[in-house]
Design a protein around this ligand. Structure first.
Ligand code: NI
Length: 175
């Protein structure tokens, strides 16, 4: 298993809609494992394939936060929201591709998602709480959408400018 570098916004690969999985190969299973390792290492609670530069409809997540609780790593291929509650929830979101930036985003409180699991079996489940926020945030990545796209254009511009500077600083530090 290997850690992958996580792309930082702005990057064209983060804005590009991802392609559906048609053949669940061992390579894709390995990619899912790599993404989980990369996510736990970051650390984060969710990661989408475009964030490591792969435009394939694959997300991983584990929103178990309680100290000492068993982890619940999930890999979802071709995840799709098939039902959403009218009831909404506000959550302060962040993103591994937009480090150290957090902002309130309003989303449906509960969503039913359909996906293919790593064994190629179709699954369906209803998520609420942090899981609901996370799964919607990650599926957005597959459509080239970031949580800052829910903010005002001005806020988005400020954040993007900060990220451009962060990337420049990091490139200089590693030179
Ligand atoms: Ni994200």
């Amino acid at each position: 298993m290997a850690l992958h570098p996580i792309l930082i916004h702005p990057d064209p690969r983060l804005k590009k809609p991802s392609d559906p999985v048609t053949d669940l190969s061992d390579d894709l299973r390995r990619l899912a494992d790599d993404m989980l390792v990369t996510m736990y290492d970051a650390p984060g609670i969710g990661l989408a394939a475009p964030q490591i530069g792969v435009n394939t409809r694959l997300i991983v997540m584990d929103c178990i936060k309680e100290e000492g609780a068993a982890p619940r790593p999930m890999a979802l291929f071709n995840p799709e929201v098939i039902a959403a509650s009218d009831d909404t929830n506000v959550y302060e979101e962040g993103c591994l591709s937009i480090p150290e930036i957090y902002a309130d985003v309003t989303r449906p409180r509960e969503v039913t998602v359909r996906w293919i699991d790593r064994d190629g079996v179709a699954q369906e489940d209803t998520f609420d709480g942090l899981w609901a926020t996370c799964v919607q945030h990650e599926i957005d990545h597959l459509d080239g959408k970031l949580f800052i796209d829910y903010l005002s254009p001005l806020k988005r511009q400020l954040i993007t400018r900060k990220m451009v500077k962060l990337k420049r600083d990091r490139a200089r530090d590693s030179a």
